[in-house]
Design a protein around this ligand. Structure first.
Ligand SMILES: *Cc1c(COP(=O)(O)O)cnc(C)c1O
Length: 816
């Protein structure tokens, strides 16, 4: 599609200015000149959101007329990031708006900086959901999101005395101009109460009565696809009291807090986003969140379906609708869909199960058995008694239908049943109800089939498939890296924005000195932009002539930020001990949050800041190495960091990272991956070739074999090497980095008493060697830049457009 055929939401710059001025008056009853940047942002975003909403009707009408299938992507998180710049790009009006801003005496960048990150996700899983929305709309798929509208995000991370401090993330403080509240589409959700059996003329049915009735109110966010062919909908649910039945006696007695308690208990359901990676399983409020967005979403789907196809076409639901569940948080989709079909639409049990299976598909994101979600049966049954009955009955039938001919049947049975040991196993529930089960990288899917879900794989191999993750190349190259994106457009035109495979044509420029020089200039600009941001937010000064070595992601033991710190300490110690040691001058940049209750991960953050404090203030080394920690990692700051990176640290122990997506964003921006053979790194390596990536460390099979042997002793490694590795480990305790807020005994204990579960010491040497080789290669600028551009050229495969095309074709059975 050419740009000329796109819906034109403004005829020209003057038209935009006119409409923007009207928006200022409409929103604030003031002129543009009287408004501050925050209000100008709000007016502009409201204007664009209004245009998007107006086009939503066309999408619906066309979908209706052509009888197109609709996908609903159920995810407990959507980490959207800022939307304004992305929508300007997708509407094809970024240039005219930029010029209009100039005429109005302001910079578009300054306006965009006023947009806050919606606090609707933790990290990778939520960002994947957001990239998928972008790609579904871009490919012309009717693909809607269904999730939660959290009043407060996870937390805003500040660093005090080197420590992570969690502050309230009040992301709605200045309003969210992209959303529209839809009172008329609210639905009721019931928690608790009793199931009552009714019988009449030999027919019987059940109702759930009593308990707590909650109103789920949707807020809709329009999702604009590239070229504005489609405007899809992201529906986010908020919990409110079903009726204002507060305690009138307490109210009249002046005890307002008591009178309002009911309201606050209900509203608590959509008040906060839980961390996804630290002991928050088992919280009742989390279970309520999961049920609320699942049930509310399904009720909406069935209501719309009935309006369109009538009350006796339920068996065709799966032909017209696909419900995709992102991880196990929406695992209740199966039983809840059955409940609604059976209890509210008179479908019989067997047919309801068949419909659910035809409609639902499932993506697994975790290999680690301890991370698989489970709920105690008693908790679940008390909260959702009727939905539980469907789980119980499906589990009973599943057990009954089990073939006992296989000699391993007891093992299979034990591993695949839904109910076991007093618990509901949400992954098994998801698999049994799904027509498709996919992992998120080739390696991850292989591990699922071979171990985590092996027994299911043996029983129903046809359900299993791989869908390697992807990222929105429009956002993470087009929006995030304007200089490099422009350079790419100068040689390739704009076609790559719609078709990322076209990036492959950059290979023609890999040996073009002028192109490589311009690439280096763009990278230099990105590095300066990041250095300015880091100076402004932390005070840390970085020299852009240094290599920018970047590890930005959630803090987690398996991601091994600690290994990166050990490498830095090794370089530091060697610099002090050996004047002939000349490492490549490097700035080590970290960013990421640790879950509030994840003590070890928070200690690693404190260690990084303590090491930064020592190194950055040590004149003997600080023009060779610097360390920066960028607080409050979010999509907006990520968009400043990825473009500036030259080394992409992807150093999880092999077999632990399902896919990773920052590895893809970074390679696309011309960073060279320094990584283990884990997750999608494996596929990156195959695509770019050995000479354009640096792989180190144990492979998955080696990690498995080492663990199985029981023959790994961290202590022995230290004894063998007291001067190097031993020294680093002792520095955790000997006061070297204690100035800010003390030593790091618990990290020491993790390594020594915990016997280094994450194999930091084991991979240490190959990691440091790999880093040295890689940074030595940086000296040959032309060769380095060639490798960087080659990484971009081969990154088209990792566009989420490719991923979504595969989902559409293989799982949802849609042409796209
Ligand atoms: C891409 C992204 C992630 C995922 O990073 P991984 O390194 O793949 O874990 C997390 N947070 C944000 C803000 C992202 O943009």
């Amino acid at each position: 599609m050419t740009e000329q055929s796109w819906p034109k939401i403004f005829t020209d710059k003057e038209d935009f200015i006119k409409q923007y001025r009207l928006a200022c008056e409409r929103e604030f009853s003031k002129s543009h000149e009287e408004l501050g940047p925050q209000e100008r942002y709000y007016a502009m975003a409201s204007l664009i959101a209004g245009k998007a909403k107006a086009l939503r009707g066309d999408t619906l009408k066309r979908a209706n007329d052509k009888g197109e299938k609709t996908v609903y992507y159920f995810s407990i998180e959507f980490l959207l990031g800022p939307l304004l710049d992305n929508y300007l790009l997708n509407f094809g009006i970024r240039d005219i708006v930029k010029a209009a801003c100039k005429d109005l005496g302001m910079q578009l960048d300054d306006i965009e900086r006023c947009e806050s990150d919606p606090g609707l996700g933790n990290g990778g899983l939520g960002r994947l959901a957001a990239c998928f929305l972008d790609s579904m709309a871009a490919l012309g798929i009717n693909g809607n999101g269904n999730g939660m509208r959290y009043r407060y995000g996870l937390f805003r991370q500040a660093i005090e005395g080197g420590r992570q401090v969690e502050k309230m993330d009040n992301w709605l403080e200045h309003g969210f101009p992209w959303e529209t509240r839809r009172n008329e589409s609210a639905v009721l959700i019931r928690f608790g109460g009793q199931v009552v059996r009714h019988e009449e003329n030999g027919r019987y049915w059940f109702t759930q009565e009593g308990g707590e009735l909650v109103k789920a109110v949707p807020y809709d966010v329009p999702i604009v696809g590239y070229g504005a062919k489609k405007v899809n909908n992201l529906r986010l649910w908020s919990a409110e009291p079903a009726e204002e039945n507060f305690d009138l006696d307490a109210f009249n007695a002046g005890d307002y807090a008591k009178a309002m308690k009911f309201r606050s208990d209900v509203e608590a359901i959509s008040q906060i986003l839980y961390p996804n990676d630290a002991g928050e399983h088992g919280r009742l409020l989390r279970l309520k969140q999961e049920y609320l967005f699942v049930s509310a979403g399904l009720q909406t789907i069935l209501r719309d379906y009935k309006k369109k196809y009538g009350d006796d076409a339920w068996e065709d639901l799966g032909k017209h609708v696909s419900i995709h569940t992102n991880d196990t948080h929406p695992a209740m989709c199966g039983p809840e869909l059955m409940r609604l079909l059976v209890d509210e639409h008179g479908v019989d049990f067997d047919l309801a199960f068949k419909i659910a299976q035809q409609t639902i598909s499932y993506t697994n994101h975790t290999i680690m058995p301890e991370a698989l979600e489970k709920w105690p049966i008693s908790t679940f049954r008390d909260l959702l008694p009727r939905t539980y009955m469907f789980i119980e009955e499906i589990d009973r039938r599943y057990r009954e239908g089990f073939s006992h001919t296989d000699p391993n049947w007891q093992e299979e049975f034990k591993n695949t049943a839904i109910l076991w040991d007093g618990q509901i196993r949400m992954a098994n529930l998801s698999v049994i109800f799904a027509n498709s089960v996919n992992g998120v990288s080739a390696l991850h899917t292989g591990i699922l089939e071979a171990t985590t879900l092996h027994d299911f794989y043996k029983l129903t191999p046809e359900k299993f498939n791989n869908k390697t993750n992807g990222i929105s190349h429009r956002r993470f190259l087009g929006n995030a890296n304007p200089k490099y994106a422009k350079l790419v457009c100068d040689v390739l035109g704009e076609g790559w924005l719609g078709d990322a495979n076209k990036l492959a044509e950059l290979e023609k420029y890999e040996d073009d000195p002028s192109f490589l020089e311009q690439f280096e200039k763009a990278k230099e600009w990105d590095k300066q932009r990041l250095a300015d941001y880091i100076k402004e937010t932390t005070g840390t000064v970085l020299d852009t002539s240094m290599v920018f070595d970047v590890q930005v992601k959630r803090f987690h033991a398996y991601k091994r930020q600690l290994l990166n710190v050990f490498k830095i300490l090794d370089i530091y110690n060697r610099l002090l001990a050996d004047p002939s040691f000349k490492p490549r001058p490097t700035a080590f940049i970290f960013s990421g949050k640790a879950a509030q209750s994840y003590t070890f991960a928070k200690e690693v953050i404190r260690l990084i800041n303590s090491v930064a404090d020592v190194i950055n203030n040590d004149k003997r080394v600080n023009d060779v190495i610097r360390v920066a920690f960028v607080p409050n990692f979010a999509v907006s700051s990520a968009q400043l960091i990825y473009p500036a990176a030259e080394i992409s640290e992807q150093i999880s122990w092999a077999g632990s990272e399902a896919s990773g997506t920052s590895n893809m964003k970074l390679m696309m921006n011309g960073a060279i991956t320094l990584g283990t053979y884990d997750g999608a790194n494996v596929e990156i390596a195959k695509l770019v070739g050995d000479e354009n990536i640096k792989i180190f460390g144990l492979r998955t099979e080696e990690v498995d074999a080492l663990r199985a042997s029981g023959n790994y002793w961290a202590y022995d490694l230290l004894k063998k090497d007291p001067d190097r590795l031993g020294r680093i480990v002792n520095q955790l305790k000997d006061g070297t980095f204690a100035r800010l807020s003390g030593n790091f005994d618990s990290i020491y204990d993790e390594l020594m008493v915990g016997n280094d579960h994450d194999l930091v010491l084991k991979d240490f040497y190959s990691y440091v060697d790999a880093w040295e080789e890689l940074t030595q290669a940086y000296g040959d600028r032309a060769k380095w830049n060639r490798a960087a551009v080659h990484n971009t050229a081969r990154s088209g495969y990792f566009s989420s457009d490719r991923t979504i095309r595969e989902y559409a074709h293989d799982i949802w059975h849609i042409d796209a």
